[in-house]
Design a protein. Structure first.
Length: 83
């Protein structure tokens, strides 16, 4: 079974399929030096992404859907395995 989500960033529409059984296996993190603070990841309104000086991801609140990584055109969001 898959969820299908459509999301919008500042440059257009991104539609992705997220396998439900992959959720919770990974968390995502923002590499500060690659982030230019464009704000695209904040526009998806994920509760795990908070604005400090720049956006940061609370790994404990991240379900690993990967949407934020898709909207970040700077390659600043990376996937990390949850232990
Ligand atoms: S979308 Fe990427 S570059 Fe833009 S603020 Fe978020 S992490 Fe930083
Ligand atoms: S992977 Fe999904 S849940 Fe985790 S921070 Fe990104 S958008 Fe939020």
């Amino acid at each position: 079974m898959q969820d299908v989500l459509g999301i919008v960033n500042s440059r257009g529409i991104v539609v992705i399929n997220i396998p439900v059984n992959s959720l919770g296996k990974y968390a995502f993190s923002i590499v500060d030096e690659y982030c230019d603070n464009c704000g695209d990841c904040l526009r998806i309104n994920c509760p795990a992404i908070q604005l400090n000086r720049k956006p940061v991801i609370d790994a404990k609140a991240c379900i690993g859907c990967g949407i934020c990584q898709l909207v970040c055109s700077r390659g600043a969001i990376i996937r990390i395995k949850v232990s």
